[in-house]
Write a protein that binds this ligand. Structure first.
Ligand code: FE2
Ligand code: FE2
Length: 176
């Protein structure tokens, strides 16, 4: 059982997670167009994780007998002035998602939905990590500077080493 209010918030959050995947694919494409394959790879992995986040909400709604309502996704921005602009936007987006998760937790507590509250704990911790990663990426590009070709290439090589790991809640369900 899930009440309508929480069901709607979960459906909305699922849409935000799918949109995140869409946005990060757009970032990936931008970096590919700039020949920065490491940055592109980093955002591909990020997009895969966001799709996973959406599916974790999808699976949860099924588990508690909620109705899944897939929603329209806006077209993400596709062109940017600089690497820094993209990394800033990724940090802003993660902060937006964090606020959204916190809001659902607040509502779950108000509605005494302890199941939802417990489920959302993983996402709170995940958002802490997501914001930290985005902040780190942004501070590195600020440190290196957009015009230091050598520094950018070093950073690109570092971004290329990111490895995709299936998120724990999804690995546990056998429904990836
Ligand atoms: Fe996410
Ligand atoms: Fe995220």
């Amino acid at each position: 059982m899930i009440n309508e209010k929480i069901e709607k918030l979960f459906n909305d959050q699922m849409q935000k997670e799918f949109y995140s995947a869409y946005l990060y694919l757009s970032f990936e494409a931008y970096f590919t167009s700039k020949n920065l394959k490491g940055f592109a790879h980093w955002f591909r992995v990020q997009a895969m994780e966001e799709r996973d986040h959406a599916i974790i909400f999808f699976n949860y709604l099924n588990l508690v007998g909620g109705r899944i309502k897939l929603q329209q996704l806006d077209a993400p921005e596709w062109d940017f002035k600089s690497i820094e602009e993209v990394l800033m936007k990724s940090l802003e987006h993660e902060r937006f998602v964090t606020r959204s998760i916190y809001n659902i937790v607040d509502q779950a507590i108000l509605e005494h939905d302890h199941k939802a509250n417990s489920f959302l704990k993983w996402f709170i911790d995940e958002q802490t990590e997501e914001e930290a990663n985005a902040e780190q990426n942004l501070s590195k590009i600020k440190l290196v500077g957009e015009n230091d070709g050598k520094g950018i290439l070093m950073l690109d090589a570092e971004m290329a080493t990111r490895v995709y790991v299936i998120p724990a809640p999804l690995a546990a369900t056998n429904q990836p």
